[in-house]
Design a protein around this ligand. Structure first.
Ligand SMILES: CC(C)(COP(=O)(O)OP(=O)(O)OC[C@H]1O[C@@H](n2cnc3c(N)ncnc32)[C@H](O)[C@@H]1OP(=O)(O)O)[C@@H](O)C(=O)NCCC(=O)NCCS
Length: 310
């Protein structure tokens, strides 16, 4: 007799049971890592999930939900269509349940033209199951608690200032350097891709919530860092400042400048009321990986990727 699959598409009425599973999972992740917050707005989650059930798979046996998998398709300008799962986008206790869910979901995601599945999993205790299923770690979310610190005494000629739209050329040059460090060569991009990336930088410079910090030595820009308040994200504490676009001109690296700039930027963030800092980096960016841990950031979530082509 053919086996009846326990996997079915999710419905709106599954949302409360899945919210309960996600809350339990979040509490477990937080008990493994103090930098993960258990804050979870159940009504908000249930409403969002109930409105997105077409992308939800559920494993149910004898009337009991044993796991779920949610995947949203997005079109990446460089890699084409991929499917994304957040830390609350899956749950299972028995690995077989995850296999059942993946089998169904992969088939559908492939039919929808997706070439890969990306999933965020807690760095402590949650990544092994994905690694065992052919996923590779590609990205890291790292965080640290912040405390007040005195202003830095910079060497003569060094000055940190807030950049503006007038610093666009500098911001674009650093942007290219960061892309290169993360495996993207600007010269290989299409005009459309380059325009999109330039538009992103302009948006950042013009966003009143973003602070663009430039470190100059004798009036010449040698490093930059951007900060903005991180919007509510699963696992984050309130009052988290996000650090992005950190770069030091190649001729000025390994002299402690990024460390000093990050210290300065975090000091300003504390003065604005932030209590935590977060950064993200590519797992294969060796300098960034060593750097963020050297300034006290610890991985909270890892992003894993698996091709759907095989
Ligand atoms: C990552 C980056 C900003 C570090 O800048 P920096 O000013 O050289 O960093 P610091 O001198 O403050 O380094 C502090 C520590 O980080 C680690 N580190 C920094 N660069 C490193 C590298 N290339 N390899 C290994 N460890 C490195 C070391 O532990 C270092 O301490 P040490 O020099 O005493 O060994 C710089 O390499 C850079 O601009 N890279 C290209 C852009 C990029 O990848 N940005 C990060 C995006 S997330």
């Amino acid at each position: 007799m053919a086996r009846v699959s326990p996997v079915r598409r999710g419905t709106r009425s599954d949302a409360p049971a899945i919210a309960q599973r996600v809350a339990v999972q979040l509490a477990r992740d937080a008990s493994n890592e103090a930098l993960i917050s258990t804050h979870f707005s159940r009504p908000e989650f249930e409403t969002a999930l109930a409105n997105a059930v077409t992308a939800l798979w559920v494993d149910e046996s004898h009337g009991r939900i044993r796991g779920h998998l949610y995947g949203a398709n997005f079109d990446d300008p460089l890699r084409g269509r991929q499917t994304w799962t957040g830390p609350d986008g899956y749950s299972f206790e028995i690995p077989d349940v995850l296999d059942n869910l993946c089998e169904h979901a992969y088939r559908e995601w492939r039919d929808q033209g997706s070439s890969a599945h990306l999933v965020w999993a807690a760095a402590v205790g949650a990544t092994m199951t994905w690694l065992e299923r052919g996923y590779a770690i590609i990205g890291v979310r790292g965080a640290r608690a912040l405390e007040g610190a005195p202003s830095l005494a910079w060497p003569e000629g060094h000055r940190v200032r807030r950049g503006t739209r007038a610093d666009l050329a500098t911001a674009l040059a650093f942007d290219r350097q960061i892309d290169l460090a993360q495996g993207v060569d600007h010269d290989a991009l299409t005009l459309e891709q380059r325009e999109a990336s330039e538009a992103d930088v302009i948006e950042l410079l013009e966003d009143p919530e973003c602070h663009y910090y430039l470190l100059e030595v004798d009036g010449r820009p040698v490093a930059q860092c951007v900060t903005f308040p991180l919007p509510a994200l699963r696992g984050n504490f309130d009052a988290t400042v996000y650090l992005s676009s950190l770069a030091v001109h190649p001729a000025w690296q390994r002299r402690g400048l990024a460390s000093a700039l990050v210290k300065e930027v975090l000091r300003a963030a504390v003065a604005e009321g932030h209590r935590y800092g977060e950064a993200r980096w590519h797992a294969d960016n060796v300098a960034a990986t060593a750097f963020w841990s050297s300034v006290g950031f610890r991985p909270t979530y890892l992003q894993l990727r698996r091709s759907l082509r095989d």
